[in-house]
Design a binder for this molecule. Sequence first.
Ligand SMILES: [Fe+2]
Length: 231
Amino acid sequence: MPYELNQFIDDVKATLRRDPGPAGRETVRKNLERLLENKDFVASTCGEDAPLGLKVLYEDKDLGFQVLAHVNDKARKSPPHDHGASWAIYGQATKHTDMIEWERTDNGGAHAELKEVKRYRLNPGQAGIYQDGAIHSIDYPDRARFIRVTGTNAWSWDAPFSYTAKRYKETGDASIIWEGHKAGREIGYCHMEKLSNLDALPDHGFKVACFPVKIERASAGWTRAVAIVEE
Ligand SMILES: [Fe+2]
């Protein structure tokens, strides 16, 4: 009997309830490799006929984890980054992904200096973990596809207000309020959050227009974000 997605999801739930830490994630990684042995599952989610783009296969409202199919068409080499308190497990379906981990060699200033500390290749059927806080990058060729389990769909660019309020009460450190947003004072950037229907988009090749909404006496606001996909 092949190991099916719904069994995998049940196992992830049971495992993360018991142990949400690194050991629990290692069990999830092994189970993901078991799921990748299911040829029908791999063909239907990541095969030649699977629609291109990112597909959410499952989202757990209680535990926060997501199971995603990355049906890539073109090669990609991501810049080094981390996911804060979240973690990610990559399970290779087709071709390969190079998993690279980095460490900071500076003393924590605004500009990070990095050195590569770990590199390994995931071939089909193999899964690898980036633990929370790990600075990492990925590098894969055309048509490399994978199933990814991620610890949380990030709440926002900054931590949820309730956590920031608690930390501020404990430390009295006002610099943690809108910490992420303040980064824009040093390096200009754009960010959008809480977008919906992203799973309906291809992984590249579209334009995004953000139509403004006029709000009186406000310093920020929402936007009507529209993706324009040329046929
Ligand atoms: Fe990442």
